[in-house]
Every structure is written in C-alpha cells, then in structure tokens.
Ligand binder design. Structure first.
Ligand SMILES: Cc1ncc(COP(=O)(O)O)c(C=O)c1O
Length: 442
C-alpha cells in the first residue's frame, strides 16, 4: 500500500456513481463550493443550480442556520448508538416530521438514504403482514419507469430497465403497473394531466392474476421523478388508494423527491389528499446537507408491532447511522428554515410562473415535450443520430461548461428542479440558460 497522497488531479481511483466515468475524467465537471442558488467551480466560475443539487437542496446551499446546527452538533455529540439508546434530537425530529405528514402517519423510522428508506418500507410491509397473521402476503406491485433507489428491494419494484438488467434476479414476486405517460394524450401538460386515471384500473387485473391474499403492497412515486418527470394523471392516485383499500393491500408513497416542498406541500400526500400506509422520504429532510432518509408509518402499522414481551425488539431492522445526531440537527434546522421562510407556500405560489416560464421553451429545436408540476420541469429532447441519451448528455455538458447552469438529465430529458428559494428573476435565468443550451446543441 502506498502512503503517497493522490495528486489533486488524479481522477482514476474514484469510481463515480451513475456517471459515465471515462467521459467525466476526460472533461470533469467539478464543483468546489456552493451558496444559496449557486455552485462555484474550483476555479470560481459561478453556476446557477437548476437541479437543487440532485433534487435535495430545497432550502438553498450552505444556509447559515443549517451549517451552524451541524457544526454545533458535531462539537456537542458526534454519534449516539441508535440501538437501545436515544438522543433528544431524534425524538424531536420524528415528532416534527410526523406532525407534517397527513392523517395518522404518526411514526417515523430513520435511515440514511432514499434507497434505505425504500427497503425499510418494503420490509415493514412484509413484517406487518407476518405480525398480523397474513404472512403469505409477500408480493409487491411497482410501476414501469418507477425509481426506488438501488437496493435489491428498490430495483425489484423499480421499473427503469438499466438499473435492473445487470443485477440478475432480485426480489421474486414483483409485478408492475403501466407507466402513466402517453405523449399523444398528454403533450405539453402543465400540472396533472387530464388523461390517464384509467391506468390505475390495471391494478385490478394484477390483483386478479396474483390473488390479493399474496400481495403486500403497491409502491409508487406520486410524481415519477428520476425517469424524467411524470405527474400523476388527475384522479389516478385516488384510484390506487381505493383499490388497495378494497383488497387490504398497503399503499406506499415513495416521496424521496416529492417530500419537503417540491410540489408545494410537505408531502405529495397532502397535495393529493391521500393518506398512504407508508411514506418514504430523504433528500429534502436535511436539504441535502447530511445524508438522511426514513419511513413514516400509519399508527395501525406501527401499533401492530407493539406487542409481546416488552424487553424484546419489535422490528429487527435498523442502521448504525439511523437518526445520526448530525443528520437530526441538520433536519431540525432545515425544517426551521422551511417554516420561517414559508418555502413550501412559496413553491406553491410560484408554480404557475414556473410552469409558464418552462413551457416558453416550446418551439425550440428538438423539443418534443415539456411537463411541469410543482417546482419541477422536464424538457424532452428528440434523440440525435447517435442514439438515445447522447443529446441529453451533451445538454448537461453544454450547460455546465458554457452556460453556467447545473441541470439534471434523464436520457434525453432535461430535468429542472431548483431550490425553493429561487427568485422570479432566477426563474428567468434558469429558463434563458436552458434555452441557450438547447440552441447550442447540434
Ligand atoms: C423516488 C426515489 N426513491 C428512492 C431514491 C433513492 O434515494 P438515494 O439515492 O438517496 O438512495 C430516489 C433518488 O433519487 C428517488 O427519487
């Protein structure tokens, strides 16, 4: 083993996640620091953040109260074992998150990422049915084009094929609903499309095929984000809720992206007035500052576990870093910022300004569709001659290197999801720079 420190420009050792490593290392897109709405390259070039990092920095970057809370917590207590011991901020944060969630979503289990949150929720669903004497309910229904992180559970219920096909057989007993996007019926939709609620009825057929008594849960993102932004058709989620209720199947909302203001509410569950049985969150809980995720469970699910001898562990599940003190401190300070600055309300109040601005990109070269919902926008570009994904990749590269804009891409779709603190003028800048990016592409 060499003790020689790596030179700063040695890029080979770091195997980057979900990244084209070889192209990155030829022309790196480096970020050095961040403040509020901006990133700065290590050389000091200022980029507007059109993606809230990766859908997570909802409060804006390196906000003073959040930074201070993390610093103070690191000095006061770095770590506390979450098994058999507690620390006050874990209970405070759980109480606040539960209070933000609708209905009797009353109990919060902490993990460290969206992927862990999803696998926790899937395990909770199966364990719940085992606990209530329906242990034969082990199957899950996900949805085509769904993204639920990268754990084996998450890729099994997920429906993005490259995330699954390299990894062999994952969970058995998983089926998928159809995706709800249909360009012919929904092109250039603002908000929830009118067309598509009937696609929820496919759940009836899937239930008939497998038999309700074998199905534990249906898991969906209320708005499918990672696949390129698919808003739920009007009435679709309500139908899913009704069919799940009819057959005693749990409904899991994966709100890793939609939680904490992205759609103008604490959770999409609130926007759509639906109480799922389990709700996963991550990202915005700490505004991306310290990794954290979690699951909010309805009272009845939690309470089903709270029996048997009191000295016994009720759920054999958890992580060394569940409710990590730094994450809890960051979470509490982040929720304070959201509340004091009314950021969820702000997202709601600028939704139509945002939608109009993003839809103004219609008519630019190769723009095939545009979708907006909450503070999210997606611009589908037609693939270029090289094949799917190349034009999207070039858009991201162009935006970073020449248009001073950070965007996210999903294949050939440009995805915009800025921090909720974005000003009206900055909405204009994001859209203008996106337009320049699109025009610059061949
Ligand atoms: C809906 C959803 N679930 C789960 C995840 C996985 O989260 P993480 O990358 O924190 O594991 C994501 C990430 O984007 C997501 O969008």
């Amino acid at each position: 083993m060499s003790s020689t420190p790596a030179t700063p420009n040695d890029l080979s050792a770091y195997w980057m996640p979900f990244t084209a490593n070889r192209s990155f290392k030829k022309a790196p897109r480096m970020l050095g620091r961040a403040k509020d709405m901006h990133y700065y390259t290590p050389e000091g070039r200022k980029l507007l953040d059109g993606a809230a990092g990766l859908w997570c920095v909802n409060a804006g970057h390196s906000r003073d109260p959040i930074v201070k809370a993390i610093q103070d917590q690191a000095a006061e207590m770095d770590f506390a074992p979450p098994f058999n011991f507690g620390h006050p901020k874990a209970f405070q944060l759980a109480t606040r998150v539960a209070a933000m969630a609708p209905g009797d979503l009353d109990h919060v289990f902490f993990a460290n990422s969206g992927s862990e949150a999803v696998d926790t929720a899937l395990k909770m669903a199966i364990a719940y049915f085992t606990t209530i004497g329906q242990g034969q309910r082990t199957k899950f229904i996900g949805r085509a084009r769904g993204y639920h992180g990268v754990g084996f559970g998450g890729i099994s219920v997920g429906g993005i094929s490259p995330n699954r096909k390299m990894f062999g057989n994952a969970l058995a007993g998983v089926d998928h609903l159809p995706a709800t996007y249909n360009r012919a019926e929904q092109a250039f939709a603002k908000g929830e499309p009118e067309w598509g609620a009937h696609l929820a009825d496919e759940l009836e057929n899937i239930v008939a095929l497998h038999d309700a008594s074998t199905i534990a849960a249906v898991i969906v993102e209320p708005m499918a984000g990672s696949t390129g932004v698919i808003a739920p058709p009007k009435g679709y989620l309500q139908k899913l809720r009704a069919i799940c209720d009819k057959y005693g199947i749990l409904l899991i909302f994966d709100e890793v992206i939609t939680g904490f203001g992205r759609l103008g509410y604490s959770f999409a569950a609130e926007r759509y007035n639906i109480v799922p049985d389990l709700l996963t969150f991550a990202k915005g809980i700490t505004s991306g500052t310290v990794p954290m995720g979690g699951v909010i469970a309805r009272k009845g699910i939690h309470d089903a576990f709270m029996k048997g001898p009191e000295h016994m562990v009720e759920l054999f599940h958890g992580y060394t870093y569940s409710a990590h003190p730094l994450a809890c401190a960051a979470g509490l300070a982040t929720l304070d910022v959201y509340e004091k600055e009314g950021l969820f309300e702000r997202a709601r109040s600028i939704e139509s300004t945002w939608a109009d601005a993003v839809h103004s990109l219609k008519g630019l070269p190769n723009v095939a569709d545009i979708r907006t919902i909450g503070l999210v926008g997606a611009v589908d570009l037609a693939p270029n001659a090289v094949g799917p994904g190349k034009r999207g990749f070039e858009a991201m590269d162009e935006a970073y290197h020449r248009q001073d804009l950070l965007i996210r891409i999903a294949g050939d779709t440009i995805v915009l999801s800025p921090p909720l603190i974005i000003s009206d003028a900055q909405i204009g800048e994001v859209v203008e720079r996106t337009a320049k990016t699109i025009k610059a592409l061949g």
